[in-house]
Write a protein that binds this ligand. Structure first.
Ligand SMILES: Nc1ncnc2c1ncn2[C@@H]1O[C@H](COP(=O)(O)OP(=O)(O)OP(=O)(O)O)[C@@H](O)[C@H]1O
Ligand SMILES: [Mg+2]
Length: 237
């Protein structure tokens, strides 16, 4: 069939009626939303609303008990281990506790992840791409520092460099600015904007109402495991 209108890109992320329980605790109840390539959205809601659970599902760490979950064109609920691994390589994730490798320098941390994603990538090439990613987050001069030699904000930027180095389809961040001062927080959010402008779908879970209000971006509000609202904050708000 020939259509005169252009078809929009398929979503990078799509949750459709997703429910998830930890034992008897219903963490997500019939959650649906999608995110397109290049779109940045904040996932907000009070503690225990289910934000981290959404991110863990999207990263393939948990499987939904109901509903469908598509990431980068793959249905995750039914994906086998190998396919799941391939999808996870297209998803950059920034955990709240950074999860940096202590015995590796900043550049080696990024290079290590690049070589997990691409087993054939030569070490030198990985290090050169790692250095480019460190430059993008303003950490060039700390490439040879170990994580414990970096400030909290610098560690967070290193975690971002690691997550964006392989140009992921989807970038997930859990409370990425929680322990940062406002200058560092703004810097980190600018990096997410940059990733989105490069075509990555970015989902940021946060408590920080102020930074969300300032962003004029789409905001998905979770409450008791449900999507309570989903809207773009207008510039005049
Ligand atoms: N491993 C787990 N085992 C049992 N229950 C869990 C587990 N992880 C989360 N939960 C429960 O699932 C619900 C959603 O938790 P989740 O961590 O997704 O919330 P959150 O919105 O990220 O909260 P916060 O803002 O405090 O990080 C909560 O009721 C929580 O107690
Ligand atoms: Mg959480």
């Amino acid at each position: 069939m020939v259509s005169s209108t252009t078809t929009p890109d398929p979503p990078a992320i799509r949750l459709d009626g997703v429910s998830f329980s930890y034992g008897r605790v219903l963490a997500l109840d019939n959650v649906s939303f999608s995110l397109h390539p290049g779109e940045l959205a904040y996932l907000v809601g009070p503690s225990a609303a289910g934000k981290t659970t959404v991110l863990r599902l999207l990263h393939g760490q948990l499987k939904p008990q109901r509903g469908s979950l598509i990431v980068d064109g793959q249905e995750l609920g039914r994906a086998r281990a190998r396919k799941l691994r391939r999808v996870r390589h297209r998803v950059g994730v920034i955990f709240q506790d950074y999860r940096l490798l202590r015995r590796l320098t900043a550049a080696e941390n990024v290079a290590y992840t690049l070589r997990v994603v691409d087993l054939w990538l030569p070490r030198r090439e990985a290090l050169s791409r790692a250095n480019a990613a460190l430059e993008a987050v303003g950490l060039s001069e700390r490439a040879n520092s170990f994580p414990h030699q970096l400030s909290g904000g610098q560690q967070q930027r290193l975690a971002i460099a690691r997550a964006i180095a392989a140009a992921p389809t989807v970038l997930l961040a859990d409370e990425p600015t929680a322990s940062l001062d406002s200058v560092e927080a703004r810097r980190v959010l600018a990096l997410f904007e940059l990733a989105a402008s490069g075509g990555t779908a970015v989902l940021v879970a946060t408590h920080n109402a102020e930074e969300v209000a300032r962003s004029h971006r789409r905001v998905i509000g979770l409450s008791d495991g449900r999507v309570a609202w989903d809207r773009v904050l207008s510039r005049s708000a």
